[in-house]
Write a protein that binds this ligand. Structure first.
Ligand code: SF4
Length: 383
């Protein structure tokens, strides 16, 4: 029998008088302790939508400058719908999870075509828009229209699990049902936006994953995990994926001051972004020390890759720039080479020769941007 079946339902744990008291505590705390954030100073549903999409998998601190730049560039849903995907991705560059940016634009187009450019006001219709799930729809409805919609995201999963003392995995279906039930119970009919924002803020500032600050928590009196001393055990930690080390190579092929770049296609990671040709390197282990001898077979591999996949003959130049980075469960050591074009023409389609200045305006992956910045420095220095 799952542990959740032994638990009283949220409505039994939180009868109306308890809920009323909890909401008052929460709102009083939020008025004193909450952070001033740009998307909290507006009831504009379009801005709230953008902020909520940006905040998925990304910290508040990282999002603030992106949000400011994005709404300055695309101040209305119509502006976003009229923008090119490339322009949207350029403003998303560095935030990662690029499908979020592509979906925002697709969603804006749908809102213009099907809703006369007005953001829908109910959870069901919002969920028909690309990239808007149950959580984002609830956030828009409660923050912008102050209606009692439930929200459940990473921070509130933790807070609700601890409030209920839920010891099973909250990511499984039974846990999700239970937490959504509590999420529906907590916001009042009026003032739902404030209550939901306060719950998220408690999760962010006080009920942290490790070492929650229970003495400062406005919910302490209502928290089962605190009462039982189980804050560190709840919620059950997700299994961490095994990390795989990889070596990859990227090549900036130069021809008359321009560099060969390609737009990454659908289904590839970072699709829609521009990139230098890159491939995985089999002849070097992740931890091997670089030496001339170790690099020789790598250079053969990269030269062969350019010939076989792109029909270009090249001459690699100098030692590679090394960039270490992580993508999902991969830890990657990227060797970035510069090369001179010798012969061959690039295929038609999503490829081009770009000057360093043109690279500055194309959306690139984080590592391609680092490489492009280095190229700009090098070509500037050699002029
Ligand atoms: Fe989280 Fe502690 Fe507050 Fe419970 S009392 S909600 S564990 S911070």
């Amino acid at each position: 029998m799952g542990l959740d079946l032994l638990m009283p339902a949220p409505a039994e744990q939180f009868p109306p008088p308890t809920l009323r008291k909890l909401r008052i505590r929460l709102r009083n705390w939020f008025r004193k302790a909450s952070r001033p954030l740009p998307w909290r100073e507006t009831r504009n549903p379009y801005y709230i939508w953008i902020s909520e999409v940006m905040l998925q998998q990304t910290t508040v601190k990282a999002v603030v400058p992106y949000f400011d730049r994005f709404v300055e560039q695309f101040p209305t849903v119509q502006d976003l719908a009229a923008a090119s995907e490339e322009d949207v991705l350029r403003h998303w560059e560095g935030l990662g999870y690029y499908s979020r940016g592509r979906n925002l634009r697709r969603g804006a187009i749908q809102i213009c075509e099907q809703h006369n450019g007005m953001m829908p006001t109910d959870v069901g219709t919002l969920q028909q828009i690309p990239g808007i799930g149950r959580y984002t729809a609830g956030a828009i409805v409660s923050f912008a229209y102050d209606r009692g919609a439930p929200i459940l995201e990473a921070n509130t999963v933790r807070v609700y699990s601890r409030l209920l003392g839920y010891r099973d995995d909250p990511r499984k279906a039974a846990g999700q049902r239970l937490l959504w039930d509590l999420a529906a119970l907590l916001p009042p009919k009026t003032g739902a936006g404030l209550t939901n924002q306060a719950l998220m803020e408690v999760g962010s500032l006080v009920c942290r994953p490790q070492n929650p600050d229970c003495p400062a928590c406005p919910l302490q009196e209502f928290c089962t995990a605190f009462r039982l001393g189980l804050q560190q055990e709840i919620p059950v930690a997700a299994k961490r994926p095994e990390i795989t080390p990889l070596v990859e190579g990227a090549i900036a092929v130069q021809r008359q001051g321009r560099f060969f770049v390609r737009r990454r296609s659908n289904g590839e990671r970072w699709s829609g972004l521009w990139d230098f040709p890159r491939c995985s390197v089999r002849s070097l282990e992740y931890a091997t020390r670089l030496s001339r001898q170790a690099l020789r077979p790598v250079e053969r591999e990269l030269t062969d890759h350019l010939k076989q996949d792109w029909g270009l003959r090249i001459a690699l130049q100098g030692d590679p720039l090394q960039i270490r980075h992580s993508v999902t469960r991969y830890r990657i050591r990227l060797l970035c080479y510069q090369a001179e074009w010798l012969s061959g023409s690039i295929p038609d389609g999503e490829t081009r020769w770009a000057t360093p200045e043109e690279l500055a305006s194309l959306p690139l992956s984080v590592t391609a941007r680092q490489f492009a910045d280095q190229l700009k420095l090098d070509t500037g220095a050699s002029r």
